[in-house]
Design a protein around this ligand. Structure first.
Ligand code: HEC
Ligand code: HEC
Length: 368
């Protein structure tokens, strides 16, 4: 928790300051130490150290509509703090063009400093490169990096903020903008849920018997994929969600791992990574609905029904369906995970302990 505490101390020094005073704050170097129950961070702290000035600049950018065509939407439009930075109520996200939907469900922005790859298919491996996609995608912000930089250069506040954060001539440039966003997102750590307090033996971490039972069931039935403190093994897996007929071009991880980037749908379907998606973290999962890469499942109960063997055939058989979802019961092949209704209820109660109200209401991550 050292890192988080340190971060709070540094950032709390902003509270109550007005814009002019912020510029005077010296640059702090904040180490990226993991909360005591977390794995080591993947964030390259030497390449892009998280400091107060960079973090504050990243936060301002994250909430700024200037990053989009016609100054219409900000990153926060699809990444709303109250819902763990997802797009509440949207299965697929609408960007600046009202009549055009994206093809994927918006992902939460949390604990990204501990992840190996980003987006549902892992197309981006460095956090600071990720924002290029939403800024330039037609169905998202539909803007060019060049236009964004020009808008920021003409702004009354940004040039000083960029110079304070990065120094040097010509500080308002695309790399610095992306690095500031990465500093902000890298510091967004959710590690204070009831579950965390339970495992760390802290105040507020008392589990009921049913929550304990839910955790035991989760460990047996779900944690082979949603493993560890991040609740993801970060693998790309076909969990049997089945092809969405409205989005026939979706290839999942095959699009990334195929040697030919322009592979056809037929070639994609034959690829061993067809319809594999990154195992999502389940932290704050109570808030991140709708679920799955295309947001096709609305309620947690429906997710449990999807996995349950008895509600078969929800899980769709494909050649590369993960073996952890294929059981042999009475010598017959059964798809899914066996669960009673009572067990599903306990698992849901456990999943709700992953809600981190401190993170969801943390003013450091709110609109500046
Ligand atoms: C129009 C909605 C929309 C906007 C605006 C948007 N995003 Fe996203 N974001 C998404 C969707 C959808 C995904 C999942 C993309 C995929 O899998 O292809 C995503 C994924 C991400 C991820 C990957 C998270 C992970 O766990 O791998 C990051 C980081 C991210 N967005 C940051 C940003 C930033 C920074 C901005 C602003 C510059 C932004 N987004 C603007 C919808 C949006
Ligand atoms: C074989 C690996 C595997 C197992 C076992 C597994 N999952 Fe998943 N889970 C995945 C993958 C992969 C996805 C994403 C699939 C997609 O988006 O199309 C996912 C998605 C989810 C989601 C949606 C999260 C979101 O943000 O959209 C929830 C909730 C979930 N799983 C809960 C569970 C529960 C509860 C169990 C145990 C009953 C379980 N999973 C077992 C691999 C697995």
């Amino acid at each position: 928790m050292k890192y988080l505490k340190l971060l709070s101390v540094v950032l709390l020094s902003f509270v109550g300051c007005d814009d002019d005073q912020k510029e005077e704050i010296p640059v702090f170097e904040i180490g990226l130490e993991q909360p005591i129950n977390f794995p080591a961070p993947t964030y390259d702290i030497n390449d892009n150290p998280i400091d107060a000035a960079g973090f504050e600049l990243g936060r301002k950018l994250f909430y700024d509509v200037k990053l989009s065509d016609g100054n219409t939407i900000s990153c926060a439009e699809c990444h709303n703090q109250a819902f763990a930075f997802t797009h509440h109520g949207h299965d697929l996200s609408e960007g600046v063009l009202v009549d055009q939907l994206g093809v994927r469900n918006s992902q939460p922005i949390q604990n990204l400093a501990f992840m190996n790859a980003f987006t549902w298919d892992g197309s981006v491996e460095l956090l600071w490169r990720q924002p290029v996609v939403p800024i330039t995608e037609k169905v998202e912000m539909n803007e060019t990096l060049e236009n964004v930089i020009n808008k920021l250069k003409q702004d009354a506040n940004y040039p000083t903020k960029f110079e304070t954060a990065f120094g040097g001539e010509d500080a308002v440039n695309p790399v610095n903008m992306l690095k500031a966003l990465a500093q902000f997102m890298g510091a967004m750590v959710s590690s204070n849920s009831k579950y965390d307090k339970y495992v760390r033996g802290e105040v507020g971490g008392d589990f009921s018997d049913e929550e304990k039972e839910g955790m035991r069931l989760f460990e047996n039935k779900c944690a082979s994929c949603h493993s560890g403190e991040l609740f993801t093994n970060q693998e790309f897996v076909n969990n049997g969600i089945g092809v969405n007929s409205k989005l026939p071009n979706e290839l999942g991880r095959a699009r990334i791992s195929a040697s030919n980037p322009d592979l056809t749908i037929e070639e994609g379907k034959a690829h061993p990574d067809y319809y594999k998606f990154k195992v999502p973290s389940l932290r704050n999962v109570e808030k991140t609905f709708p679920y799955m890469h295309d947001g096709r499942i609305v309620l947690l109960k429906q997710v449990l029904d999807f996995y349950d063997t008895d509600t078969y055939p929800y899980i769709q058989k494909m050649d590369n369906l993960d073996v952890r979802l294929i059981q042999t019961i009475d010598e017959k092949e059964v798809l899914g995970i066996p669960m009673t209704e009572e067990e599903k209820e306990s698992i849901i109660l456990f999943l709700e302990t992953l809600t981190d109200d401190e993170f969801l209401n943390d003013t450091r991550f709110a609109k500046p």
